[in-house]
Design a protein around this ligand. Structure first.
Ligand SMILES: [Zn+2]
Length: 160
């Protein structure tokens, strides 16, 4: 270790000498001690070291960001970990898909309404169709957009 070079977050926490070829040093810089602390707490430093050693160098950064994500999720939700976040997001996706299908059905209804005046007996035909206007539906486009933004925030906050 060169003089003045500070040990990586891993070696600092484990109170050991940070070698020049330290496997943790490229991924756990000393300025972000929590990143390693959480990974160490959830997976154990030696397991993480073994996992990184088994991987080609070009895949290690991806593996570390996955481990950091999973460790952060486990700290937030000790029971379900990132599975909790995944099923929360999957529920949101299916709810939004349902809302999208409903909106598409409403569009079809409105399009059919506009075609009505062509038929001579439009008054009687229209009685059978209950028009659903976007203003009356429970969720506007703005709501869906803001829900999507909060989803993005939810998923990105796990990476910090
Ligand atoms: Zn180190």
């Amino acid at each position: 270790m060169a003089p003045g070079h500070s040990p990586c977050a891993s070696c600092k926490l484990l109170r050991r000498r940070c070698a020049k070829d330290c496997i943790f040093a490229p991924y756990f810089p000393s300025d972000n001690p929590n990143k390693f602390a959480f990974v160490h707490k959830v997976f154990g430093a030696s397991n993480v070291g073994k996992m990184l050693q088994e991987l080609p160098v070009d895949q290690r950064a991806d593996a570390v960001s996955s481990l950091v994500y999973e460790a952060n999720a486990r700290m937030r939700d000790p029971v379900y970990g990132c599975v909790g976040a995944i099923s929360y997001l999957q529920n949101q996706v299916s709810q939004l898909q349902m809302e999208l299908a409903m909106a598409q059905a409403e569009i079809l209804c409105i399009q059919m309404e506009h075609q009505e005046p062509l038929a001579p007996s439009s008054a009687t035909l229209a009685d059978g169709i209950v028009p659903v206007h976007p203003a009356h539906s429970s969720m506007s486009t703005d709501d869906v957009v803001s829900r999507y933004d909060s989803l993005k925030r939810e998923s990105s906050s796990l990476w910090t």
